[in-house]
Write a protein that binds this ligand. Structure first.
Ligand code: EPZ
Length: 420
């Protein structure tokens, strides 16, 4: 297992290229199950989760040629029949595997996927995915830890989601595009990744309207055609490096970042006293004087993203005064807190609320990564802590950040990867 070693104290100055968005690439690779021919995707991030998704598509019978950041995905041809099952030993490593349900049952009338089970940050059930598929006329059965979904042909329906679930919406979009008739998804998720998936499906010939708004309308079609598409930049990677620039009082140009995808995060950075400006096709972030304490409540998009909560908590540790953070999306997304405490942070948890008392200087320590964004927050803490920080179990980090230590080293961080 690898670890990452960081020596704190350096300002970050320079340019960081932002990779393709993990949470757009994963559903889009599943959308490649829908068309009748080979699709090509560019700017695919080189991440462990993307490699896992490629492995799953190959297990289902698709050919996946991945050359660095370009993937070509083609359906089984001739005598080769698609397998319609995603096994437990793969799904347990990446819950986004459930995104094959919608496209497989839409195109082949059946899919059998292991239930993902919980994960470090919460129970993360998929009841809304299944409720929506049932509304589209599918028969859903649960047995031996698997969910089986069958339908001769899905038919359009109105689906009202209990909460704006991101992958739940994505699954239902990929099911409804081949259903007979019109589907309306109400209380839909509005994340930029939802809009990106709708763009890809519409390029394939789907007829989706309202993506990015709380109500999406999908007119079913009979067939989808292969396409070429370049994936949007990763707004959470960009937000993570923006916090790194702010904390180190640096000056960093995030190449390719789209400010319009990060409005809530930018508003909070500015409230902290950080300068953020759109510049030459990206976003420039300058840290400066004191960091102001701000309060954060995580919400579905366009609210403050839960995937930026851990990173902002570290910024709050450096602020003058007390910040109140409320994690309203996942019930267990504070596992970075005890690790930050070992570095000297003063944070008290009360249910979904974290009270961060800024001020104490962080000191380097050996800390344990527990989930993707928690691991990023520990790297950020190491950038400003006095002395050396060792972040263990960085496989969590590699799921969602492409070569993070190389990108940070290129702008002045003293950081390296080593064997644990
Ligand atoms: C997506 O997860 C992202 N993952 C997560 O990013 C992100 O944190 C999350 O959306 C929220 O923005 C991908 O896109 C691959 P949800 P998802 O369904 O779709 C509850 C990262 O770090 N819920 O929007 O699984 C659920 O328990 C990852 O990149 C149900 O109750 O999240 C949660 O409390 C972490 N029933 C809330 O809704 C359901 O059927 C939001 O979950 C579905 C969800």
């Amino acid at each position: 297992m690898d670890k990452i070693v960081v020596e704190g104290g350096n300002r970050l100055v320079g340019k960081i290229p932002i990779s393709g968005a993990k949470n757009a690439a994963l559903p889009i690779l599943c959308a490649a199950l829908l068309p009748t021919g080979a699709s090509t995707f560019k700017n695919v991030p080189q991440l462990a989760d993307v490699k896992t998704m490629a492995k799953l598509l190959r297990m289902l019978g698709w050919t996946v040629e991945g050359e660095k950041t370009t993937y070509t995905i083609a359906p089984p041809t001739g005598k080769k029949k698609p397998k319609l099952e995603a096994p437990y030993d793969l799904v347990k490593t990446m819950r986004a595997s459930v995104l094959v349900l919608g496209p497989l049952v839409a195109r082949y009338g059946r899919a059998r996927v292991s239930l993902p089970g919980g994960c470090a940050i919460g129970a993360r059930p998929i009841d809304q995915h299944l409720k929506g598929l049932q509304a589209l006329g599918a028969k859903v059965t649960l047995d031996h830890g698997y969910v089986e979904v069958e339908a001769k042909r899905l038919r359009g329906a109105t689906i009202v989601l209990d909460m704006p679930t991101v992958t739940g919406c994505e699954n239902l979009m990929m099911a409804a595009v081949l259903a007979k008739g019109r589907t309306v998804i109400e209380n839909a998720a509005r994340e930029p990744e939802i809009e990106e998936l709708a763009t890809v499906l519409n390029k394939m010939g789907a007829r989706i309207q309202g993506a990015g708004s709380p109500m999406m309308t999908i007119e079913g079609v009979d067939e989808l055609l292969p396409i070429e598409h370049s994936i949007m930049p990763d707004r959470i990677e960009a937000g993570t490096f923006a916090v790194a620039a702010a904390m180190t009082r640096g000056d960093v140009l995030l190449e390719g970042a789209r400010p319009e995808h990060l409005e809530a995060v930018i508003a909070k950075l500015r409230a902290c006293g950080v300068t953020v400006a759109a510049e030459s096709g990206g976003m420039r972030v300058r840290g400066g004087g004191d960091i102001n304490a701000v309060d954060i409540v995580t919400q579905p998009h366009p609210g403050f993203p839960t995937d930026m909560q851990a990173q902002f908590m570290v910024l709050a540790c450096m602020a003058k005064g007390q910040s109140v953070i409320k994690e309203m999306i996942f019930e267990n997304r504070y596992m970075h807190v005890p690790e930050l405490g070992r570095m000297g942070a003063d944070i008290v948890i009360d249910g979904r609320t974290a009270i961060v008392r800024g001020g104490p200087k962080l000191t380097g320590a050996a800390v344990m990564a527990t989930d993707l964004r928690a691991s990023a927050s520990l790297i950020l803490a190491g950038l400003v802590a006095s002395g050396k920080t060792e972040v263990l179990r960085v496989y969590h980090l590699d799921r969602g950040y492409e070569a993070i230590e190389k990108k940070l080293r290129a702008v002045g961080a003293k950081i390296k990867r080593a064997k644990q």
